[in-house]
Each structure stands twice: as structure tokens, then as C-alpha cells.
Design a protein around this ligand. Structure first.
Ligand SMILES: NC(=O)c1ccc[n+]([C@@H]2O[C@H](COP(=O)([O-])OP(=O)(O)OC[C@H]3O[C@@H](n4cnc5c(N)ncnc54)[C@H](OP(=O)(O)O)[C@@H]3O)[C@@H](O)[C@H]2O)c1
Length: 271
């Protein structure tokens, strides 16, 4: 078994964060899960302890919007795991809707969790990561951080901001030996998407069909491979990768495809 790494996963109680935690525990790593709901956290931790009884599994019920709470949480986690080597920022929320009808407080909420929440977490983790021999930060953004998507005015903005932060931190932290990595997954099945499916606009549904869903297992495998290779940007899934190349090199074609899809489904807001 490979040498155990000490990994903190925000959003580790659900979806991609939990799937990553399972893979890391199977690999022999020690993990700490950080999210808000203590019941979900404990359930996830129990499952991980059953996977490998020798794994150190810690939990912290902390909101990433609370910098003081995060500072305390990282001190406790570092004690429980005996240090921190890797921080995976997967905590996030998704709110979809027409820009004109999405309440302004929702824009702030999404930005506060997805962008400032990740920033707060990195701030709190840095002093601990600096004591590791091979420190890493992995930010889970989205392919919605590389393009615009109908209905995602709040979500896309928060993920674009996170992509920008990751690009800057990559330069700023590399001289200190800290590797920053960025993951931009396409849509995958998770509780987040189950909730979205209940209310999403028809235009969003049609536009997001441009990029096929990827299985969460594929994302986990590609994140683990990226960790091994210290790759900066990972866009999991072959078609999503092709799409991201199209977005970068042929933006006019990508917009034409998006416009055609949106026109086909357009209903618009009821004001
Ligand atoms: N699912 C997709 O299609 C998709 C595609 C691309 C990117 N992503 C990104 O991948 C990441 C994981 O998504 P997912 O689909 O796995 O979502 P998920 O199943 O809904 O999990 C989200 C996790 O974040 C935690 N969280 C939310 N707000 C938090 C807060 N304020 N403080 C601390 N923890 C918080 C949740 O726990 P609590 O609610 O208990 O706090 C939960 O553990 C997100 O960043 C998402 O934007 C998802």
C-alpha cells in the first residue's frame, strides 16, 4: 500500500467529496471531512471506517463561510490526523434560475460559499500545509468556470472566480513548494444535481446537454491521477475535455451551438 497521506476534504459528506474520500481511504490515506451537517458527516465517517478499520477518519461540522470556525477546525483536524498534506475544496452549492428572477441574496450566498468559502478554507489550511513535505491544494471548480451556461449567473460567476484564484495561487504558492491543482468537471449525478433537476429551467436543461454527464468514478480516477502527476488543470471525461478545448480555441463555434440549443428551449422569465 502507498504511503498514507493526510487529506482534508471540504464537502466530504456528499457527492464528489465523499466519493474521493472513499477512494483515498481505500488507497490507505487518512481523511478529514468538513461540511455543515453533523449527521451526514458522521454517517459518511462511519462508512469510511468500515472500508478500512485502520484509517484515521476525522470530521468537522464547520461552515466554510466562517473564517474563525475554520481556523479552529484546521487546528483540531491537524491534531487528529497528525498533520495535513492535501486540502481538497469540494464544498459548494448550486442555484439555477433566470438572472432577472434570481434574488440578489442568492448571488451573494453562492459567491460566499463557492468562492469566499474556498478562499477562507485555503487561508485557514495554509499554516498546516506548510508543515507538510508535499503540500497540495485541489480546488473543485466546474466546466461552468470556463464558460457561460444559461441559468447559472450566480454559479458560473463563483466558479470563474475560483478558477481565477487557483491560477493566481498556482504562481504564488509554487515557490513555497505548495502545488495548486484545479478540477473542472462537467455535470455528474449527485445530491446537488438531484435538487437542480427538480427546478431547473428548460433552457438550462437543454444547454447543459451540450456536454454529456460523466460518472463520478471517472472524476475520482482522474483527480487521483492528477494528484500523482501534479497536473494543474483536470477536465474529467474525454468529451468534456474536447469541449473545453473547443471553448478555448473555437469560442464562436461553442457560442453558436449554445445559442441554437437555448433558442430551441426558450421560455424565459415570467416577470
Ligand atoms: N454535481 C455536478 O454536476 C458538479 C459539476 C461540476 C462541479 N461540481 C462541483 O463539485 C463540488 C461537489 O459537488 P457535489 O455534486 O458533490 O455536491 P453535493 O453532493 O451537494 O455536496 C456538496 C457538499 O458541500 C457541503 N457544503 C455546502 N455548503 C457548505 C458550506 N457552507 N460549508 C461547508 N460545507 C458545505 C455539503 O454539506 P452540508 O450541506 O452539510 O454543508 C456537501 O458535503 C461542488 O463544488 C460543485 O460545485 C459539481
Amino acid at each position: 500500500m502507498a504511503a498514507p497521506r493526510r487529506i482534508v476534504i471540504t464537502g466530504g459528506s456528499s457527492g464528489l467529496g465523499l466519493a474521493l474520500a472513499r477512494a483515498c481511504v481505500r488507497r490507505g490515506d487518512h481523511v478529514a471531512l468538513l461540511a455543515r451537517d453533523p449527521v451526514k458527516l458522521e454517517r459518511a465517517a462511519e462508512e469510511l471506517r468500515l472500508l478500512r478499520s485502520t484509517a484515521r477518519v476525522a470530521v468537522s461540522a464547520t461552515d466554510v463561510q466562517n473564517p474563525a470556525g475554520l481556523q479552529q477546525a484546521f487546528e483540531q483536524i491537524a491534531k487528529a490526523l497528525g498533520g495535513i498534506d492535501i486540502l481538497v475544496n469540494s464544498a459548494g452549492v448550486l442555484r439555477e434560475g433566470y438572472f432577472e428572477t434570481l434574488p440578489l441574496r442568492v448571488h451573494r450566498e453562492v459567491m460566499d460559499i463557492n468562492y469566499f468559502g474556498t478562499l477562507n478554507t485555503i487561508h485557514a489550511a495554509l499554516p498546516h500545509l506548510k508543515q507538510s513535505a508535499q503540500p497540495r491544494i485541489v480546488n473543485i471548480a466546474s466546466i461552468a468556470g470556463l464558460t457561460g451556461v444559461f441559468g447559472y449567473s450566480a454559479y458560473c460567476a463563483s466558479k470563474h472566480a475560483l478558477v481565477g484564484l487557483s491560477e493566481v495561487l498556482r504562481y504564488e504558492l509554487a515557490p513555497q513548494g505548495i502545488t495548486v491543482q484545479l478540477v473542472c468537471p462537467p455535470e455528474f449525478d449527485s445530491p446537488m444535481v438531484d435538487e437542480l433537476d427538480r427546478t431547473r429551467t428548460p433552457e438550462n436543461r437543454e444547454h447543459t446537454l451540450t456536454i454529456p454527464k460523466v460518472a463520478v468514478e471517472v472524476i475520482v480516477a482522474e483527480v487521483l491521477r492528477a494528484l500523482d502527476h501534479r497536473q494543474f488543470l483536470t477536465v474529467p471525461g474525454r468529451l468534456a475535455r474536447l469541449t473545453s478545448l473547443g471553448l478555448r480555441h473555437f469560442p464562436a463555434i461553442s457560442r453558436f451551438i449554445g445559442d441554437t440549443r437555448v433558442r430551441k428551449a426558450y421560455v424565459g422569465p415570467t416577470l
